[in-house]
Design a protein around this ligand. Structure first.
Ligand SMILES: Cc1ncc(COP(=O)(O)O)c(C=O)c1O
Length: 364
C-alpha cells in the first residue's frame, strides 16, 4: 500500500473553471533552466565572464524559476506541503497575480471589507477589475452575511485581512469559515501580521476549505521588508495556476538566499515579536494618558490605531517634527484616527514627548 500523504489535497477540487479563459489556454514561458541546470551553461545568454561588480556571488546567473527549496522551508514552517506555497515579490505580487489569473478585466469583480489594506483596490483598478465594498461593522468586525449579500455572478475573489490593516484586530474565525463555506470561489485571507497575534495562522483550514488562499510576508514579523518576499498558500492546483502566469524569474537570487536564511532564525524573529508587543503595550498605556486621545483600539499587530481629537493636526505637526505616522481618518469608521507603527523604545519616547510638548498643541 502506498504511504498516506499528510494532506490529500482534495483531489476532486479543480479550480480550472474559475481561471480566465485566456489563461487556461496559455502556453507559459519555458525558461532555459527548466530542463537542464548543471554543466557548461551556454543556454541563457548570460555573461559567462561574470558580474561587473566584484562579488563572490554568481550574480551573472538567472535565479531558479520554481524555488522549491524556499517553498519547502516556508511549508515546513507552517506545517503544510511545498506544493501549497507560491513565493513572489512581496505579497503584493500574489495579490496582483490572483486578480490576473481569476478575474476577467472589464467584467469581473472582487469584494473588499473596508477599512482595509489599500492594495486590494489598487491592484483591482490596475487590472480593470471591479471593486465591491462590504464594510466591517463599526467595531471593525467581519459580518459574513453583509459580505455574502454582496456576491453576484461576477464576484471572483473575496479579500479579507486578518489581523486587519489599519484596524489591527483579528477577524472572527467563524465568520471567515462561513464565507469559505458559502462562497463557491476563492477567499483570500491576508495574514501579513499574523505572527504578532496569539490567534495563529488559518493554514489548517486549507485542508477542509480548498478555496482558501492565505497571504503571508517576510516584511513584518521577520523584519525583512527590503528584500520583497511574500507568499500565497493555497491548494496546489491554485498555486500551479499562479506559477503558470508569474514572470519566470520573479524572485531574485539575493532575495531568495536571504529568505532561505530567515526560517533558520525564527527564534530571533520571535524574540523581536516579544519586544514589539512589550513596546506596543507600553506605548498604548502611555498614549492613553494624553488629553487628546479618545480610543486606543486593541491590537493584534505591530501598530496601534488611535482615535484622537485633532488627529489631522497631530499627523501634520508630528511630521514637521520628524515623526511620521499615518492619518487614517479618511477611511470608513476610522474618523479622527492615526495609525502608529510601534517603534523602538527611543522612537516611541520621542513620539510621546512630541505629543506632550505644549508647543505642538493645536491651540498654540
Ligand atoms: C495587510 C497587508 N498585506 C500586505 C502588505 C504588503 O506586504 P509585502 O511587503 O509582502 O508586499 C502590507 C503592507 O503594509 C499589509 O499591510
Amino acid at each position: 500500500m502506498p504511504d498516506a500523504t499528510p494532506t490529500d489535497f482534495r483531489p476532486s477540487f479543480n479550480p480550472e473553471p474559475w481561471v480566465r479563459p485566456n489563461i487556461r489556454t496559455l502556453t507559459p514561458y519555458h525558461a532555459a533552466r527548466d530542463d537542464y541546470h548543471e554543466g557548461i551553461l551556454l543556454d541563457a545568454n548570460e555573461n559567462s565572464f561574470g558580474p561587473a561588480i566584484p562579488t563572490g556571488l554568481p550574480l551573472h546567473r538567472y535565479p531558479d524559476t520554481r524555488l522549491n527549496d524556499l517553498r519547502q522551508k516556508w511549508a515546513d514552517f507552517r506545517g503544510i506541503q511545498m506544493e501549497q506555497v507560491f513565493v513572489g515579490v512581496g505579497s503584493d505580487e500574489a495579490i496582483d497575480l490572483l486578480m490576473r489569473v481569476f478575474c476577467e478585466p472589464g467584467r469581473d469583480e472582487i469584494i473588499i471589507t473596508p477599512p482595509t489594506y489599500g492594495m486590494y483596490k489598487v491592484a483591482a483598478r490596475v487590472n480593470n477589475v471591479g471593486v465591491t465594498e462590504a464594510a466591517l461593522t463599526k467595531n471593525f468586525e467581519l459580518d459574513a452575511r453583509t459580505v455574502l449579500n454582496r456576491v453576484n455572478p461576477h464576484t471572483k475573489l473575496i479579500m479579507l485581512c486578518s489581523p486587519n490593516n489599519p484596524t489591527a484586530n483579528v477577524l472572527n474565525q467563524a465568520e471567515i469559515e462561513r464565507i469559505l463555506k458559502d462562497f463557491k470561489r476563492l477567499v483570500v485571507v491576508d495574514e501579513a501580521y499574523i505572527d504578532f497575534s496569539d490567534s495563529g495562522s488559518l493554514c489548517h483550514l486549507m485542508e477542509t476549505n480548498p478555496n482558501l488562499v492565505i497571504l503571508q510576508t517576510l516584511s513584518k514579523a521577520f523584519g525583512m521588508a527590503a528584500i520583497r518576499m511574500g507568499a500565497a498558500l493555497a491548494h496546489p492546483k491554485v498555486i500551479e495556476w499562479m506559477m503558470k502566469v508569474k514572470a519566470p524569474y520573479n524572485v531574485n537570487r539575493l532575495t531568495a538566499d536571504a529568505a532561505m536564511q530567515a526560517f533558520d532564525h525564527s527564534e530571533s524573529m520571535r524574540d523581536k515579536i516579544r519586544q514589539i508587543i512589550a513596546e506596543r503595550n507600553r506605548l498604548a498605556s502611555t498614549l492613553a494618558g494624553h488629553p487628546d486621545v479618545q480610543t486606543i483600539f486593541p491590537s493584534d499587530a505591530n501598530f496601534l490605531l488611535v482615535r484622537m481629537r485633532n488627529a489631522l493636526h497631530w499627523y501634520r505637526r508630528l511630521a514637521e517634527r520628524g515623526v511620521i505616522v499615518r492619518y487614517r481618518g479618511d477611511q470608513v469608521h476610522c474618523e479622527d484616527t492615526l495609525r502608529i507603527t510601534v517603534g523602538t523604545t527611543p522612537e516611541n519616547d520621542r513620539l510621546i514627548s512630541e505629543l506632550h510638548d505644549p508647543e505642538n498643541a493645536p491651540d498654540h
